[in-house]
Ligand binder design. Structure first.
Ligand code: HMG
Ligand code: MG
Length: 302
């Protein structure tokens, strides 16, 4: 077993989480959430996306949010950019990292970004080139690496194919995403194994939605392979508007609790993280999606 001693968590709550909310969430609330996450010790935060406001109106306040946050040295702020138009809008807000996002499934690529996998790579290539030339880091999100809402099961070879294309255009690290949370440990491990043909373990992160309640098991399975970068969402917020029925990412609180139990260092203060989750849950008017947060809050109030 290869379990790492240190894990880096990227909280994607402000982006993946809030992109899927039915009610508009004010920019001021998003900004406060980012501040609370960094105060809890998060070193990477996915803040927003520069996509069409007709497709995802929830992210139309990207400039306001990025301009409104008070940055802390040592924290990496990332944003999604699907094309040059998005990149040019983003660059004005000085992200530390941009994320191009593709899919291992053709149907999901079409539904999510309105183009084929091959076309998406053509769109991403100049974005990656421009970012690297400007000294901005580049991550590639790979959706539907185990299952697709339109095509069903996805073979690991298709993940390997996409990872190879991402590597070929200069993407520095990739996320192996289970967009609809259908994966189980062996399937997730096969998707990571396929990615390892193109990226080393330090440049692969796990991004597991928890629709079927498997995300913590999948996280553990990835840890056993030596993966030490994971995306998660405070209070378990999230979902993708183009993956109907898929619930949020694994809750950051739940992952931190798991990692603490394994003696793995995250640099995150779980109590302050629970406070951040309580804040956003209250703003959204519903209980936290994190089992750990709910348990700790019940203990606090007893
Ligand atoms: P398109 O319609 O193919 O693009 O959309 P287009 O170039 O033909 O342009 C059409 C219109 O969109 C034009 O405006 C453009 O200006 C505008 P109009 O003339 O009609 O007024 N446009 C843009 N506006 C703002 N920002 C831009 C932009 N690009 C074009 N960057 C596009 C292509 C990708 C833009 C569209 O399909 C889109 O916005 N899709 C939304 C994708 C998205 O945000 N999905 C959710 C995030 S991915 C995710 O959640 C998965 C992840 O978490 C991992 C996982 O779990 O799997 C990352
Ligand atoms: Mg996602």
């Amino acid at each position: 077993m290869n379990i790492p001693t240190k894990v880096r968590l990227i909280d994607v709550g402000p982006r993946d989480g809030l992109q899927n909310e039915k009610q508009p969430v004010p920019a001021s609330v998003k900004i406060e959430l980012v501040h609370r996450l960094q105060a809890a010790g998060l070193k990477e935060i996915e803040v927003t996306s520069y996509v069409s406001p007709k497709w995802v109106p929830q992210m139309a306040d990207n400039h306001e949010v990025m301009q409104g946050i008070t940055r802390v040295a040592g924290v990496r702020y990332s944003v999604l950019t699907p094309n040059l138009k998005g990149y040019e809008a983003a660059v004005a807000d000085q992200p530390d990292e941009i994320v191009v996002f593709g899919a291992a499934s053709e149907a999901f690529s079409q539904k999510n970004i309105n183009c084929s996998i091959a076309e998406s790579i053509e769109r991403f290539a100049p974005v990656v080139q421009a970012a690297l030339a400007a000294g901005i880091a580049v991550r590639g999100a790979m959706s539907c690496t185990v299952g697709c809402p339109y095509e069903g099961e996805i073979a690991p070879e298709r993940v390997g194919y996409l990872a190879g294309l991402m590597k070929g255009i200069g993407v520095q690290r990739v996320d192996v995403a289970d967009t609809i949370g259908v994966g189980t440990p062996l399937k997730v491990q096969a998707a990571i194994e396929a990615t390892l043909a193109h990226f080393d373990i330090d440049h692969i992160s796990g991004h597991f939605h928890d629709t079927y309640g498997q995300a913590l098991s999948n996280t553990y399975a990835a840890l056993q392979m030596g993966v030490w970068n994971f995306q998660s969402s405070v209070a378990g917020l999230g979902g993708c508007p183009y993956a109907k029925g898929a619930t949020g990412n694994v809750a950051t609180e739940d992952v931190v609790y798991l990692l603490q139990g394994l003696g793995i260092d995250t640099g995150i203060d779980l109590d302050r993280l629970v406070d951040a989750g309580a804040y956003i849950s209250e703003q959204l008017g519903r209980p936290s999606g994190s089992r750990v947060a709910r348990a700790l809050m019940a203990r606090r109030s007893s």
